[in-house]
Write a protein that binds this ligand. Structure first.
Ligand SMILES: CC(C)(COP(=O)(O)OP(=O)(O)OC[C@H]1O[C@@H](n2cnc3c(N)ncnc32)[C@H](O)[C@@H]1OP(=O)(O)O)[C@@H](O)C(=O)NCCC(=O)NCCS
Length: 143
């Protein structure tokens, strides 16, 4: 997904609001989850976000979303966000987000999703890393 940064996206410093980046991350992730699952998908959890470098008015925000792990009804989607200077092609890191989406059926109940095809070492490693992150995210938190 590609977005051009306009003044209405920016804070008083002329760079994109964090919340605007989060909205775009959510959208790109939802499209990816719906393409994979063939169902509507709702956002269940967003892992910690670190904003690395700003993107300013007149620059481009590029979002690349991919399915990194699939569970029963939920999917972990990684959205890599980069800033881009469209004239020079220079790109820089902005955010690397992991978002969990749950596929829902017509009654708005969680519904099973197709598994990832574990047909390469890269995909198997991705699924295993996603399972480790899921265990951490679902673990009971100390009060
Ligand atoms: C997400 C939601 C559908 C889960 O419903 P639920 O009744 O808890 O369903 P279940 O307990 O059967 O869990 C369904 C899946 O969600 C996962 N899940 C639920 N809460 C989660 C959380 N906080 N983090 C990660 N995964 C979560 C479960 O692990 C399960 O995954 P699995 O089937 O792959 O093992 C429900 O909490 C919901 O509708 N939340 C609001 C979503 C929303 O409004 N998002 C913003 C707008 S899109």
């Amino acid at each position: 997904m590609t977005e051009y940064v306009l003044p209405q996206h920016a804070n008083a410093l002329g760079s994109v609001f964090g919340g605007q980046i989060m909205a775009w991350v959510d959208l790109a992730g939802a499209i990816c989850a719906q393409r994979h699952s063939g169902h509507m998908a709702v956002t269940a959890f967003v892992d910690d976000l670190k904003f690395e470098q700003p993107v300013r008015v007149g620059e481009v925000v590029r979002l690349d979303a991919k399915v990194t792990a699939v569970f029963r009804t939920s999917m972990e989607i990684e959205v890599v966000v980069q800033g881009e200077d469209a004239m020079t092609g220079r790109r820089w890191p902005c955010v690397d987000a992991h978002v969990t989406f749950v596929a829902i059926d017509q009654d708005r109940k969680p519904t099973e999703v197709p598994p990832l095809l574990l047909d390469s070492e890269e995909v198997r490693a991705s699924q295993a890393a996603g399972e480790a992150r899921r265990a951490a995210r679902l673990a009971p938190k100390p009060i």
